[in-house]
Ligand binder design. Structure first.
Ligand SMILES: [Zn+2]
Length: 244
């Protein structure tokens, strides 16, 4: 498996665009990678397609979209993301509205001209349809570009596979070919970024679970996409109100 740090340096990556669906995806999925980009002086752009209005709002207080906007701002600072665009396409409905957000996304890709695009792999890790559609449609759009950037997908690790074992799309998870290793400092910072999404921390038990996952495990696995290959995927049953 190739070292992601070396891969970024060898490919002279200077400008990355991450495409995620919900505020908190960036921290859970690539909290380690964003910190690595900052160290390598690689410009990190994040597009978050929805404000996560269908997410958890345990206290039923205030406007969830506003709350989550503030939480994302905090995480962006912690992770050192240079540019963050928080869009407001319908949470849990990116599949049926793909034509709308894809047009805007394509324009933005033309403007940012990233040399690498990062998103979920076809398992969506959790199986959330917004994650899967982000993966598939972003890849499709990239393939149509004259000079397509490198595409990498974040692949579920063994812990995630266990936790999201009911995700039937896990059968489409890619076998990682890139690994990012980082230290305890970065892990603590990643946890801090995840915890800044306070509205999504459903219980103390869940917070402890996050500590257990990330405190001792300082790795993120990725997959470099072959743009000439066809990848299988499937939208699977997913309870939207459970985890977003
Ligand atoms: Zn998500």
């Amino acid at each position: 498996m190739e070292n992601l740090h070396k891969f970024l340096v060898a490919n002279k990556v200077k400008n990355i665009l991450a495409v995620f669906a919900h505020p908190d995806d960036e921290s859970f999925v690539s909290g380690g990678l964003f910190q690595e980009l900052q160290k390598l002086n690689i410009q990190a752009n994040l597009i978050c397609l929805t404000k996560g209005g269908r997410g958890l709002n345990p206290h039923r207080r205030g406007n969830l979209k506003e709350i989550r906007t503030g939480e994302l701002e905090k995480a962006v600072k912690i992770l050192g993301i240079d540019n963050c665009q928080l869009w407001d396409f319908p949470d849990a409905d990116l599949k049926s509205t793909k034509d709308k957000w894809l047009t805007v996304l394509k324009n933005e890709v033309e403007k940012i001209k990233p040399d690498l695009i990062l998103t979920f792999d076809p398992s969506g890790i959790t199986g959330h349809p917004d994650h899967i559609v982000s993966c598939i449609e972003t890849l499709d759009a990239v393939k149509k570009l004259k000079n397509p950037p490198i595409v990498i997908w974040r692949v579920p690790d063994e812990q995630e596979k266990l936790y999201f074992k009911n995700n039937k799309a896990l059968m489409f998870a890619c076998v990682p070919n890139l690994v990012l290793n980082y230290g305890l400092t970065e892990s603590l910072n990643k946890i801090k970024a995840i915890f800044s999404h306070a509205s999504q921390m459903k219980s103390l038990r869940f917070k402890l679970q996050i500590l257990e996952w990330f405190l001792f495990d300082h790795k993120e696995f990725y997959y470099k996409v072959n743009l000439n290959q066809k990848y299988k995927y499937k939208f699977v049953y997913y309870r939207i109100d459970k985890d977003s």
